[in-house]
Design a protein around this ligand. Structure first.
Ligand SMILES: [Fe+2]
Length: 167
């Protein structure tokens, strides 16, 4: 029997499962990062993004619904690697002046992974003629970009705090 050809719609569905796994993993990670962060502003940024992430999970469930498929996750090794590095920083830099800089870097790695995934999914949803899915994926992509930009701004003040520590 010839193998059934895998189409862009299959790839879209698989990638949706990947990012669904990633968002659920991030949802478990963000409270730990908020707890670990020393800067109040950084804590607040993680708490805010945790709330947004709940909405992003719901949007993904809506995209699954558009596909007529159950919302299912497929292990995403990339996010396990990125969050694993974050966990290592939390452990190795606990109580250290550079902790927040490390948490920021870990969070930005997560955002960039998500931006890459949502950018791809949005484009594919367009190719596949699913405008409602495009709008949902676009909304999340904009949130991830805004989070990334907010973290970049925060990074400057966190580095200043460390400079004060050193004085
Ligand atoms: Fe996200």
């Amino acid at each position: 029997v010839a193998k059934k050809p895998k189409l862009l719609s299959d790839l879209f569905h698989d990638t949706l499962k990947d990012v669904y796994f990633a968002e659920n993993k991030i949802l478990k990670t963000l409270p730990k990062m908020a707890k670990a962060a020393q800067s109040k502003d950084l804590k607040a940024a993680f708490v805010k993004h945790e709330k947004e992430t709940r909405g992003q999970v719901k949007r993904l469930q809506q995209v699954f619904r558009i596909l007529g498929k159950p919302a299912r996750a497929k292990t995403c090794d990339a996010i396990l690697g990125i969050t694993g590095e974050g966990a290592e920083i939390m452990k190795d830099y606990k109580g250290m002046p550079a902790l927040d800089a490390g948490l920021l870097a870990a969070a930005q790695a997560v955002e960039h992974y998500e931006m890459s995934r949502y950018g791809t999914l949005r484009a594919w949803a367009g190719e596949l003629g699913m405008p409602d899915a495009v709008a949902l994926l676009e909304a999340t992509l904009m949130e991830e970009k805004a989070t990334d930009a907010a973290l970049t701004t925060l990074a400057k003040s966190v580095v200043n705090v460390e400079a004060e520590h050193a004085l």
